[in-house]
Structures are given as C-alpha cells and as structure tokens.
Design a binder for this molecule. Structure first.
Ligand SMILES: *Cc1c(COP(=O)(O)O)cnc(C)c1O
Length: 387
C-alpha cells in the first residue's frame, strides 16, 4: 500500500528545497494601505498556546473585547463583536444579515471599496443604486439628501475612510438624514477605526465594520462588526434565514451573548491579539490617539511638499491614516515601490482602479503613526526620487 501511495503522492524534491527550509519572514516597515505593522506587544500576545473557545478564561476575554470595541467605536450597541475573517468578511456580514431580496440599497461610490459594497449587496439580491463622486472627493449632505429622495433605500452605505483615494467622508448629520427617510446607515470604518474620530452612536450609524490590521495594529484575520438596535430589528424581522451560515449574526450572537452556544471554533490567538490591540488603544485614550495620527500625518504632508510632491486630496478631507501622493511626470510608480521594498525594506502602496499608476498610497496607521517612521520614509523617498 505504501508503495502505491508513494507513486501517486507529489514528492518534495531538490527544487522545492526552500519550501522545507525554516520559515523566514523579512522585517518590513509597512507604510502602505495595509496590513500595517502590528504593535510588538500585540505580536507577543499571540505567542501563547491556544485555550478552548469555551474556557471560562476565554469567555471573559470575549466580554472584554466587546467592551473595548464599544469604547473604540463610541457605541453602546449590545451586538458588537469581531468576526473571524478579514475586513471583507465583516463587510459581508453587515449586508448578509440585513439585506433581504429586493431591498433597496444605495451605495455612495467614490473609490474602490464603494464598488465592493455594490458587488456584495447585489450578491444578496439587493436592488442596488449608486451615487458617484470622482475618486478623491466626498459627498455633501445635500447630495446625500437628494440621493435618498430619489432612491428611497432601506440602507444607505458609505465608506468613512476610502483607502483607495485617501478621503475621509464627513458623517455628521447623515444619521439624522437617514432617520428622516426611515433608512439604515451602513458605514465602512476599516481605515478609520483607531486613527480617525468616530462616534457611531452620536452619528446615528446603524451598521459598521472594521478590520484588525490597519489602525488597530494587529495582524489580519479578525474584524470588528456592530449593529444598532434598528439594524437588529431589521435582522429579526427577516422573512427567511440569513443566507450566509458562517456570518449569521443571530447564530454568532448566541456565542458572543449569554448562551455561549458553539458556532465555529474561534481564532483564539487572534482574539488575544485583538484584545491587546484594543487595550493599548484604551490605555492611550481615543483623543490622544486621534491627535497623534493627525500630527504625524501633518509631518508627512509637510515633508512631501518639501520634496516637491503633491497630495491628491484636498487638505480639508485628507485622511491622516492614508495619504495619496501624485506620482510626478516621468516617474514610474511601480519602480519606486519596488526599490523602496528591496533596498529599504519599506512598503508603500500603488494606486487602485482609476488611480493606478497615478498615485502612491502611504499609510500611517496605529503603531506606525510616529514621527520617526515619517522621517525614515521621507529620507528613502528623497534618495529614490533623487530630489
Ligand atoms: C482594507 C479595506 C477593506 C477590506 O478589508 P480586508 O481586511 O482587506 O478584507 C474594506 N474597506 C476598506 C475601506 C479597506 O481599506
């Protein structure tokens, strides 16, 4: 039997030698659109043996993560917990749970992630309509009002921090507008949580999600998710089951709530990491954290101008966590990215979609939002661009 197996089994031969060599991970400074470097104490928090996902110590940790997440988002929503998956899983969870076939979903598209929301909503058979703005601009309240008047959606979806363009969509007043039109407000806070002011309850946000690997400085794979009581009501009034078993919030809430009913095996080590990342955020304090991000970004913007480079987004709407810089004429965007990585161990991002080849994307998120990291980047950029 073993000889038959050895014939059909793919063998590890000499050409695969690197695959059986001990793991080697290069040490990179991640100043792109994500992942960002994890805080060293967050990495240390992962370095434990797993414990059972129903162990009393773990259950307590889950409660603490929920408390810390509510603080980070400034919400009292009981249904607030992380989803096992990256930001896109939490994004999909918001739509999977609240969209019923034929529901009208209006998406404000002003970048790449707006398009992803459109794609996901349509897969749950929403009747999707869109509002558009050029990549690098934001929606005004009157444009949103007009959109709600025209389309009368059940859900309005907006990206708070559009990582593809570097704009921060103002959200003050949007929640009130949505209530006037009896509509839920869904907001992508993937690149804003932990770096940019967010007040979910004060702003009347009903559905929100984020990720771990950007402003929270945690490795990817576990993603904050929250529903307001209005959103939970819509979930409870569904005619049919949530069409996605893994992301069904009614099942997940039984595990995160008092019942503690097994749903899937929690990524316990990622929970350790997220708890530590959120603890660090609480220890620093939200206001200090937001201020630090603003000051570090300001230093970057000044330094880029000194190098003769131009930011793509108007200063009034510029995200402190992600800056888009225009690629100067005659410079090949990809070659600069490659050189920064190979010669400086430094990662920045290229443009997506409409902005491909036209901008670089520089992230200063969480642990990486520090003046020394800006200096390192500016120094490397100056040499690579020879300016
Ligand atoms: C990164 C990002 C996502 C997707 O998150 P993943 O963790 O990559 O799945 C969604 N929305 C925005 C605005 C993002 O920046």
């Amino acid at each position: 039997m073993s000889s038959t197996l050895s014939v059909s089994m793919p063998a590890v031969n000499n050409t695969d030698r690197s695959a059986i060599a001990p793991l080697q991970v290069p040490d990179r400074l991640l100043l792109g659109p994500g992942p960002s470097n994890a805080d060293p104490t967050v990495v240390a928090a992962m370095n434990h043996q797993p414990i059972g996902h129903l162990d009393p110590a773990y259950l307590q940790m889950m409660d603490e993560v929920q408390t810390l997440l509510r603080y980070a988002w400034q919400t009292r929503n009981p249904m607030t917990f992380p989803i096992a998956g990256t930001g896109s899983a939490a994004m999909e969870a918001t739509l999977a749970n609240t969209v019923e076939p034929g529901d009208k979903v209006l998406v404000g598209v002003k970048g790449y992630f707006g398009h992803r929301l459109v794609d996901m909503a349509s897969r749950y058979q929403a009747d999707v309509s869109t509002l558009h703005k050029p990549w690098g601009e934001v929606f005004s309240l009157s444009e949103l009002r007009q959109g709600l008047e025209t389309h009368r959606p059940q859900i309005l979806a907006l990206v708070h921090a559009e990582t593809s363009t570097g704009v921060c969509q103002p959200l003050e007043g949007v929640g009130e507008l949505c209530r006037e039109f009896d509509c839920l407000l869904l907001v992508d806070t993937v690149t804003s949580l932990g770096g940019v002011p967010i007040f979910l309850d004060e702003w009347g946000v009903d559905l929100a999600y984020s990720c771990s690997q950007k402003g929270l400085s945690c490795p990817p794979g576990i993603s904050p998710f929250t529903l307001s009581s209005r959103a939970v009501e819509k979930l409870q009034q569904r005619a049919a089951k949530v069409p996605n078993w893994y992301l069904d919030a009614t099942l997940l809430a039984k595990y995160w709530g008092r019942d503690r009913t097994y749903h899937h095996t929690a990524p316990v080590n990622l929970t350790f990491a997220l708890r530590e990342a959120l603890r660090l955020l609480a220890e620093e304090g939200l206001e200090a954290r937001w201020q630090r991000h603003q000051q570090t970004a300001q230093k970057l913007w000044t330094g880029l101008a000194d190098l003769g480079l131009t930011c793509h987004v108007d200063a009034a709407y510029r995200l402190p966590t992600l800056t888009t810089v225009r690629v100067p004429d005659g410079v090949e965007a990809k070659a600069v990215i490659r050189q920064l990585l190979t010669e400086y161990n430094l990662e920045i991002g290229g443009g997506l979609g409409e902005l491909a080849g036209k901008v670089w994307r520089i992230g200063l998120m969480g642990h990486n939002s520090q003046p020394e990291k800006v200096e390192t980047l500016l120094h490397a950029l100056k040499q690579v661009l020879a300016v």
